[in-house]
Design a protein around this ligand. Structure first.
Ligand SMILES: Cc1ncc(COP(=O)(O)O)c(C=O)c1O
Length: 211
């Protein structure tokens, strides 16, 4: 939610000390973090026991997801996982598209470096305008506003300027931590980012968020 990366090296070290297993929900990293988009564990160069991922975010917006882990865990989930047991399976076309998306992701280093370049440019632009961001390197870049109503007014104002963003507020995030969650995209050009920055500046000034 916040675009923070978990400190997996320390988590894994602790798990080794206590003979625990580590599970990572990597939905917000699959496809673009780490070499070949292999996710947060690969980004940190560590191995974990169980990884869950989604086909519905960086892999292209389809439905569904997956859990990767040791055979006994997968066998157990096949018997006990309620969403898996009491739901129709993924349609074959979605599975085929997911497999193709994974192939694109493996060869996507150029797009990935563009994504992180765009993210850094966007972060720097918003910071220069005076917006408060949550620090980091992740392409999820939350613009902190605090107030739920303000986040909705800001999102509406930006939409009127041609920029689609969503306001996030309680109960999705803690009370008083409302924000606009921007998400960077490798396909956006510098010119498009500049247009969006101008819109943030205009609406932010109108609403007294920045001066
Ligand atoms: C951390 C995390 N895990 C899992 C999911 C679920 O992904 P999906 O909607 O593809 O099932 C989400 C959705 O936003 C998420 O934020």
């Amino acid at each position: 939610m916040d675009g923070y990366l978990a400190n997996l090296p320390d988590v894994v070290r602790l798990a080794e000390d206590y003979e625990a297993i580590v599970m990572v929900d990597d939905c917000h990293a699959t496809g673009f973090m780490g070499p070949q988009g292999r996710g947060t564990p690969a980004h940190h160069g560590v191995e974990v026991d169980i990884v869950s991922g989604t086909l519905g975010k960086a892999l292209g917006g389809a439905v569904g997801g997956y859990i990767a882990g040791p055979r006994p865990v997968i066998d157990l989930l096949r018997q006990r996982s309620r969403p898996y047991l009491f739901s129709n399976s993924l349609p074959p076309a979605i599975v085929a598209a997911g497999i193709e998306a994974l192939k694109l992701v493996e060869d996507g280093d150029e797009l990935r470096s563009q994504l992180f370049e765009n993210s850094a440019y966007w972060r720097a632009g918003l910071t220069d305008l005076g917006f408060e961001l949550l620090a980091g390197e992740h392409p999820i870049i939350p613009v902190m506003l605090g107030d739920a109503r303000l986040s909705q007014e800001m999102a509406n104002g930006l939409f009127a300027e041609g920029v689609f963003v969503a306001g996030f507020f309680f109960p999705v995030v803690p009370n008083g931590k409302a924000r606009i969650r921007t998400q960077m995209n490798a396909a956006l050009t510098r010119e498009q980012l500049d247009v969006a920055l101008e819109a943030f500046a205009k609406v932010g000034r109108e609403l007294g968020v920045v001066s």
